[in-house]
Each structure stands twice: as structure tokens, then as C-alpha cells.
Design a protein around this ligand. Sequence first.
Ligand SMILES: NC(=O)c1ccc[n+]([C@@H]2O[C@H](COP(=O)([O-])OP(=O)(O)OC[C@H]3O[C@@H](n4cnc5c(N)ncnc54)[C@H](O)[C@@H]3O)[C@@H](O)[C@H]2O)c1
Length: 370
Amino acid sequence: MKPLSTRVRIGIVGSRFQADCIAAAAKAVPEECEVVAVASPNKAHAADFAKRHGIARAYTDYHELLRDPSVEMISIAAPNRLHAQITIDAAKAGKHVVCEKPLCLTLEEADAMIAACAKAGVLLLYGEELFFAPKYVKAKQMADEGAFGRVHLVKQGEKHSGPHSDWFWDVAQSGGGAVMDLGCHGIAFCWWFLGKPKVKSVYAHMATQVHHGRTQGEDEAVTIIEFEGGAIGMVESSWNRPGGMDDCIEVFGDKGQTYADLLMGNALQTYSEVGFGYAVEKAATTKGWTYPVFEEHWNYGFPQEMRHFARCVRGKETPLADGETGRVVQEVIYAAYASAGLGRKVMLPFRPAGIAKPIDLWKSPGDGVR
Ligand SMILES: NC(=O)c1ccc[n+]([C@@H]2O[C@H](COP(=O)([O-])OP(=O)(O)OC[C@H]3O[C@@H](n4cnc5c(N)ncnc54)[C@H](O)[C@@H]3O)[C@@H](O)[C@H]2O)c1
């Protein structure tokens, strides 16, 4: 193992779902990094999180974590509406930033985050683990080798029964529904898979099919992205699929295709009459037929992502996902909501000013749209 001093020292902001994932991911690559602090407004949660993960310091205010000289890089695992302010404060404190998806709520925030980090000379890294998911990385390697000829269609779908915390359902805090939460993965994935081409246009259909009582947000959406060169990305996002998380891709070219199922495709096909502890994220039951995953974080690519980000901080690797990546995704998200509102394709660049949150472009498509 490397000497402690060379490991990147991480402070996590947030102490629930994604924070757990980040802490576990960091622990899986101890040669590159370690978590030294956590900040979360609930004192008991922060203390419990620190104890569970063996973290030295727990704060209730993230500003205290930013003043902690031992923290070099923060990981933001807090609600979407807080991403921009935390990033800007972290940059001013001289900390590198890993921001979980989606980058923020507005394009103005995205610009401000990128500018603040550039000015402070710190990295702004964007948490898109699908760039590191081994199965998807293999698909991309084959595509880049020419296995499928010219790739003209890439599909990604992420679907589950709906988020675990109330703030996701409150569009003022999340910025939107399934597209903000899940579609951001698929948009980033298609763009990355195809070699980061310019986006030409976006068409989306959105609806609230099931959860009218719980959210103003869309719980079902299809987003079609047209890239320069003619290839198409198709992203399915749903909060209406019971039975556990589903994450799949399909890739089509003139010489072949590949299909990959990240979770069920890497699981044990299991039948149990009595049930057991845990099958997969958001599965309501473990009785009957289920698909328990193993090495869940590794299959998603979280430890690999954390290793990469730590190595970026040490100047050994160049970021594969940064603030610019998050901004590309954010612009497509804007265009998707506007398209769903207008009922037509939206051409990029698309930068309506003064939008408070992306979903407003669906609900009031006239506002700010040329
Ligand atoms: N990459 C992925 O696949 C993935 C998966 C889940 C969540 N996420 C993202 O991670 C972020 C967090 O989501 P989550 O699922 O962990 O939500 P969560 O509700 O489980 O946890 C949110 C945490 O933020 C904390 N928090 C709230 N206000 C805070 C503040 N002012 N300062 C510091 N902490 C504060 C809460 O106390 C809580 O611990 C979201 O942006 C979400 O989109 C990414």
C-alpha cells in the first residue's frame, strides 16, 4: 500500500444514499484515496455515518468541512438544488470537487460552477459512473475497435419504482422528475459512447403516468438525441418500474450490435419462498423470483470512478467526466423539457436565460424560449 500522504483525502457532503456509495467506493481503492470527513445537517446521521465508515470527523455544516485543512477533495452527495452553491464555496476554499449527477439546476449555475473552479485552480469532476461501468466500458471498447461498423443508434434506459427520498419528488429541490434523476445518465452515456459529438437536436415525450399524487414531475420519459454525424441516442427514463433497478443499453451499427443489462444481466437468477436480505436497489421484495446482484458498486463503476478522480487530483490522469460534461448534459435536459412542452424537436445550442429549473420549460414552454 502507498504511504498515507499520497492518498487523496476526501470529505463527503451528505450522509445517506449516495454518500454511502461514495464511502464504499473510496474504501475499495485505498491505494488512491480515503474519506477523512463527512458533513450533513443531521448530527446523529453524520455521526452514525462516520462511525459506520470509520471516518475521523463529522460536521453538521459543510462550511466546517470546507475549513478542514485535511480535506483535499469533496464529494457532493446532497440534493440537486445545493450542488452549485456547495461547489462554488468549495472552490473558494481551494478544494477539488466531485459533483454527483445532475450537475445543478440551471445552465447559469453550470457556468458559475465551472468558472469558480477554473478561477480557484481546482478540478470540477462530474459523477457519471456509467463511463466506468465495466460492462459498458467493454461495449465502448468494441465499438471503438469497429466491431459494430458505423454505430448509428445507442439506447440507454434506467428505470425503477421511484426515488427513496422526498426531495426527489419535489421539483423545487430536484429541478424535475425522471429525466433529471435518471435521464441525465442516459444522455451522458450516449454522448460519451459516440465519442462526445456535438448535439444537433433533442426531441422528448414526458408524462406523469402513475405518481400524480406525489410529484409535479414527469415519471416517464423518452428522449431522442440527434448528434452531429447522424447517430441517434435514445434514452428511456422511468419511475414506474417495480421489481428493482433496471439499467440497460443497446448499440446498433451497420456491422453488428450489442445488448447489455447492467444489473439483472449480472445477477443470480434466484427463487426463494422465504426471502433473504437484499437483492438489488429498489427491489420491494426478495421472495419469489428475484435477481440479486453481487459486487453492485463495482458493476456500476463507482470504485473505478473514484480511483480515476483521485488520480486526476494527483495529475496522473485527465478527467473523463468534468464540469463541461455536466453542462452538455444540462443543455440536453433543458432541450428535452422544452421539447416535451412544445411538442417538437428543439435545436441546439439551446440556452434560454433565466429559467429557475429545467422542468419549467415543460410546464411553461413559452418562457425564455426563442
Ligand atoms: N450517481 C448515481 O447513480 C447517483 C445515485 C443516487 C443519487 N445520486 C445523486 O446524489 C445526490 C444525493 O442523492 P441521495 O440519493 O444521496 O439523496 P439522499 O436523500 O439519500 O441524501 C441526501 C443527503 O444530503 C444531505 N443534505 C441535505 N441538505 C444538506 C446540506 N445543506 N448540507 C449538507 N448535506 C445536506 C441530507 O442530510 C442527506 O444526508 C443527488 O444529487 C442525486 O441525484 C447519484
